[in-house]
Design a protein around this ligand. Sequence first.
Ligand code: DAH
Length: 351
Amino acid sequence: MTSNPTPTDLEELQASALRELEQAASSEAIEQWRVAYLGRRGRLTQVLRGLSSLAPDERRTAGAAANRVKAVLEERLAGAEENVRLGRLQAIAEEGRIDVTLPGRHVPVGRLHPTTQMVREICDAFASMGFQVVEGPEVEWDYYNFEMLNIPKDHPARDMWDTLWIDHVDAQGERPMLLRTHTSPMQVRTMQNAEPPVRVVVPGKCYRYEATDATHEWHFYQVEGLAVDEGITFADMKGTLYEFARLIFGSERKVRFRVDFFPFVEPGAEMAIDCFVCKGGGCNVCKGTGWIEILGAGMVNPTVLEGVGYDSSRYTGFAFGMGVERIAMLKYGIDDIRLFYGNDLRFLQQF
Ligand code: DAH
C-alpha cells in the first residue's frame, strides 16, 4: 500500500481482509489475521498512518473511507471470535461433557458425633448452674482412679470396675497405671489443686475390661460432677440433679432417689427419672417399672475430703456420675450402644 490510498485500494484491502477472515477457523488464525490488518504494523494501520502526508482535502475523504473499512473489519473480527467461542461450546455439548439437566453435586456437610453432642448438652446444663468444665487424663494412676477414692488395693469394691491395666510394673512389682474406669479421679485432682468452693463437671472417655453387648462397650463416655463448699447438703444434690433431669428430659420429669453404694460417697444414691415414654405406666424402655436409672450420686465421703487435705468438719459436698451414651440412648430411643462406634453413616447422619 502506498502512502496515497485510492478508494479502489481500500476496497481491495477490505475485500481481501474479509476473504482471509472467512478462512480463519481457529482463534490462533483469527489472531494472526488481526495482527496482519489491524495490528500496529498491520496493513490498514499503515494506510491510516500514511494519511498524514496528504493534502487536507484528500486526507478528509481518504480518512473517512479508511475509518469505515476499519469499522467493518473490527465488527467482523468480533463476529468471528464469537463464532469460534460458540463452536467450542457446541463441541463440548455434543460430546456430552455437560448435561445441564443433571442435579448439582452434593456437598457433604460434617457434623458432631452424637456422643459429642450429648456431652455438650449435659455440660451446658450444669454450666447453667455454675459448674465449670474440666478434663483429665485417660491413662490414669491407680492412686487417683481407686485409692484416693476410698477404694484400697485388694478391696472387694474394686470388682465394681473391670479394669484395663497398663503393662508397666513399678519397683514394688505392682502395676500402678490403668485406663481410667470412670471420670471420678478428676474429683481428686481438682480438689488437690483448688480450695473450696469447687463446682466442676468432668466429661471424658472411660474404659472397662468388658465383653461388648447392646448395653456394654469397652470404651464409653462419662460426665462426673463435684460440688464442695461449706454447708452443702443432700437437698442441694437433689435440687441440682432434679434441674439437670428436667433440662435434658423435659420440664415435667419426676425423679426418684434410692440408696446405692459407691465407696467415694456416703450416703450413696442412684437417681431415676419417671419414664418419659410411658409416663410411668410401664413399657420396654423402663422395663415395666415406670422408672429409668440415669446416674449414681452421693455426699462426698469424708475420707475422700480428708485425703486431699480438706477439713471434713467444715466442708461437705456431693458428687455424681453418669454414662453419656446411656443418656443419649434413653433420650433418642437407641437400643444398642455399639451403634455409637460402628462408624455407620446411616446411624450417625440421624443426629
Ligand atoms: N464413678 C461411678 C461409676 O463409674 C459413677 C458415680 C457414682 C460417680 C456415684 C459418682 C458418684 O461421683 O457419686 O460407676
